[in-house]
Write a new protein. Sequence first.
Length: 349
Amino acid sequence: MIHGGNVWQGDRPGDWLDLSASVRPGGPPSWVREALLSAMERLEYYPQLSMARGRTALGAFLGLDPGHVLPTAGGISAIALAARLPCDRVRIPVPAFTEYAALSGQYGLTVETVPLLAPGRSVRPLTECLGEDLEENTCVWLCNPCNPVGVGFSPEEILDLLALVRQKNGWLAVDEAFIHYCPEYTVAPLTAAEDRLLVTGSMTKILGIPGVRLGYLCGKDLDSLQGYQNPWELSCFAEAVAMALPDHREDLREECSRSRERRESFRTGLEDLGIFVYPSDANFLLADFGRDVRPIEEFLYGKKILVRRCMDFEGINDGRHLRLAVKDENAVRRTLEALKEAMECAEKA
């Protein structure tokens, strides 16, 4: 897997300003840390095999019956389960998170990619790029908001696509790893009634807990997919965070609001430097520099700033794009100053 967050490079992880992984700046909030400490009391016991406590808490948080939610060891485990759907092929809009294709291919499915972006750097309608000429028994993947582009799709758009998928006896798998930055777009509550809709999710980004591994799968009938899970997948630490979630919705709303303000400030600063920035509803921005970004990436690396070059993302693997995580105000300012200096050096080279 190619992924951001490679801060383990001989220095202390905290020495880096990591814009390559789109995780909450400053790490987890105090209530998460308290939940993790409370879990220490259960270290000597095996976690609850049924995950009933975790399912109940996640259901309450997501507005779903516990039977329609399955806790997982991070979002990637939820995606791996969704890739086990009884389909013959998958259709994926690109650019996209590469693990949809990798896991589907691993399980013997035919993988088809279709371009999400139209000429002129616009985003194609979902029913056009994903719903046309669908073959029978196809699983259509959609990341909402889309990684790495950042654009979000409304529930109405997704339901229109689902109608086309259902006509072909297929499935629609929606990855909501970044949905807590645009919660108005979630379709997780709809999975209780829609038998051809599956939603994967993660608490990693909004809570800043990639080391905890807390994700979830939402669907009307999860029994067959649960059979692919390993026992004790939900650790005592992930369970403790899940159980605290229903009481801390306000924290997530506040973090979402802060991130939106920082994102727009970052976008303005990048555009002032002459960089094209795609519209984003997530906690990252996709930037097209219109030139080879390797010298810029190397310059930033020398300043202890990590960015995500997009050479593994089909459709934007032209060497011109960087995905930049939205961090706090100081990080935004530091990054913009470094980028300005890097671009000036590149002009002189």
